[in-house]
Write a protein that binds this ligand. Structure first.
Ligand code: GLC
Length: 567
């Protein structure tokens, strides 16, 4: 297997608006990020994924870009960005930019021109269609509820937006538009950025003719994701992007690709494909949902067997052919400790167990800000306190459809993206050390107990556990490059797997719930040389080493062979 730095790295994701405010306006900023670089270096991560900091009206916190080559003034200046890049590099930290190529803001000059008249040279930079019999041009539903079409009076046509109506989709069939994007990407590469996370990249190409989706119930709009996800032409576009722009740079790339399984993912990340290094898959993120996309709001319970099945498939199908991006959280997802762990009595233990899980899989682990201190979901009683456009659209849509408020709010408490967007909890002061001013969104009330200051002071904290996980990854080839083999596939409580490379072998044992199941060591893995590498509990005195009664959310990683000293 090819050895490269981005396989050996651990990525830390920063959502700038909620990370650290340096000037008291209540909004996180680049100088805030600079002030926390030492913290990240101490944690041990190698790469920072910086969510969008480009100029933006902020309808979707920066995922609506109005100028790709300028910094949003609330976040700082281009000088601040240059300093961030330099200071990060000084500390051995790389910066991966989040780049939104599927759409822009409706305030981007291209869109202003595009909407100004039908014969404007930039008209075709976006996707415009006439209405059909006084209706939308087709029946596709937006990821953020409602139709993907918005009517524009000026030219009496509709433009397409897969997300919010302030995020018109770019038309990748227009060569001039694509060349303008290339120019912009070259400009960032010349600055020395170390990679890109390509937002919503699976959706840049839409089915030819934009056909209606099946609609047996005759609804105004229906989920139609397969008409604009992972189509063949996306691969052509990515290959071309690599040929024309990216190939000369030693960067890392990760694409956000919902709606695919590992076999299709290989078309993006296959080592011979020259498209992307990794993709973010979503199969495990929809385990607790009725279906993908807007189906996320219809909550169902998840099972460990399903999780094992999904993760194991990704581990084995991509093995030696591509590379995984492993994550349980990001700025679009609820907090993992609340979702897959236990944010009450066993918050600390379960956060550590989930961290062990992600960091011991084959692939590059991603940590989302606050995950390293076990931040939890938030429960705002009133919709007034929510800021996320997806959440607000869902609320409005549900109200119009007559769904009981209680049902809607329950779904929002569990699934709103704002769960991950409350300010980073740095200390126990009234605004958690996030800002001197009024934060743009309310804090989670638990910041008095859950914060970085506390975590740094407590040697047994989740934070220090993450540090240790990251440190052992740097020592053990088996963690990075080893094979993955699932044991006990049918066990409903324990997730056990082996990682093995040449002469290094690890056994990972994870108790996913608050019960105390027994793990019987398989005969062929018994060895007198076993060594406990990391665990979220103190070892038990007098325990029979091969018949383990696991404690709630217990995680153990044993070294069975080798010494985990990097050659
Ligand atoms: C991606 C981003 C999300 C954003 C959407 C539209 O899914 O992660 O935050 O709202 O794309 O850009």
């Amino acid at each position: 297997m090819k050895k490269v730095w981005w396989k050996e790295s651990v990525v830390y994701q920063i959502y700038p608006i909620s990370f650290k405010d340096s000037d008291g306006d209540g909004v996180g900023d680049l100088r805030g990020v600079i002030s926390k670089l030492d913290y990240l270096q101490y944690l041990g991560v190698n790469v920072i994924w910086l969510c969008p900091i480009y100029k933006s009206p902020g309808h979707d916190n920066g995922y609506d870009i109005s100028d790709y080559c300028a910094i949003e003034s609330r976040y700082g200046t281009m000088e601040d960005f240059d300093e961030l890049l330099e200071e990060a590099h000084k500390r051995g930290l790389k910066i991966m930019m989040d780049l939104v190529l599927n759409h822009t803001s409706d305030e981007h000059p291209w869109f202003l021109e595009s909407r100004s008249s039908k014969d404007n040279p930039k008209r075709d930079y976006y996707i415009w269609r006439k209405g059909k019999d006084g209706q939308y041009p087709n029946n596709w539903e937006s990821y953020f509820s409602g139709s993907v079409w918005e009517y524009d009076q000026k030219t009496d046509e509709f433009f397409m937006h897969l997300y919010a109506k302030q995020q018109p989709d770019l038309n990748w069939e227009n060569e001039a538009m694509v060349n303008d994007l290339y120019k912009m990407i070259r400009w960032w590469l010349a600055k020395g950025v170390d990679g890109f996370r390509f937002d919503a990249i699976a959706h840049i190409v839409k089915e030819i003719g934009l056909p209606d989706a099946d609609n047996p119930d005759n609804l105004p709009v229906v989920r139609a994701y397969h008409y604009f996800s992972n189509l063949e032409q996306v691969h052509t576009m990515l290959k071309k992007l690599n040929e024309e722009v990216l190939f000369e740079f030693d960067i890392m790339t990760v694409g956000e690709t919902s709606g695919l399984g590992p076999e299709e993912a290989l078309d993006y990340v296959g080592e011979d494909r020259n498209e992307l290094n990794m993709v973010f898959q979503f199969e495990h993120m929809f385990l607790d949902a009725a279906s993908e996309g807007t189906g996320k709001w219809e909550i169902r319970s998840w099972t460990l067997m399903e999780l094992k099945k999904i993760m194991s498939r990704w581990q084995t199908v991509l093995h030696r052919k591509g590379w995984n991006a492993n994550y349980l959280s990001n700025h679009d997802q609820p907090r993992p400790v609340s979702r897959f762990g236990n944010d009450g009595e066993y918050r600390v233990q379960s956060a550590k167990m989930l961290a062990t899980f992600i960091h011991m899989l084959q692939g590059t682990p991603y940590i989302y800000q606050g995950e390293e201190i076990g931040m939890t979901n938030v429960v705002f009683d009133s919709i007034e306190d929510y800021r996320d456009v997806e959440t607000l659209n869902y609320y409005e849509q549900s109200r119009l459809q007559g769904q009981p408020e209680e049902v809607t709010m329950n779904a929002i408490h569990k699934k709103s993206r704002d769960n991950a967007r409350t300010p980073m909890q740095w200390d126990d002061t009234p605004h958690a050390g996030f800002t001197e001013g009024e934060p743009w969104i309310k804090l989670n009330k638990n910041h008095q107990d859950i914060n970085v200051k506390q975590a740094l002071a407590d040697s047994d904290s989740i934070f220090h556990y993450y540090r240790k996980l990251i440190a052992i990854r740097k020592q053990c080839q088996a963690i990075v490059y080893g094979d993955y083999k699932l044991l006990l596939p049918l066990d409903t409580e324990i997730y056990v797997f082996v990682r093995e490379v040449e002469n290094e072998k690890l056994l990972v044992i994870l108790n996913f719930f608050d019960k105390t199941p027994v793990f019987d060591w398989p005969e062929d893995l018994k060895t007198d040389d076993k060594k406990l590498m990391i665990s979220n509990y103190e070892p038990r005195q007098g325990e029979d080493g091969y018949h383990l009664t696991l404690r709630p959310y217990e995680a153990r990683v044993y070294l069975l062979e080798g010494d985990c000293v990097k050659p």
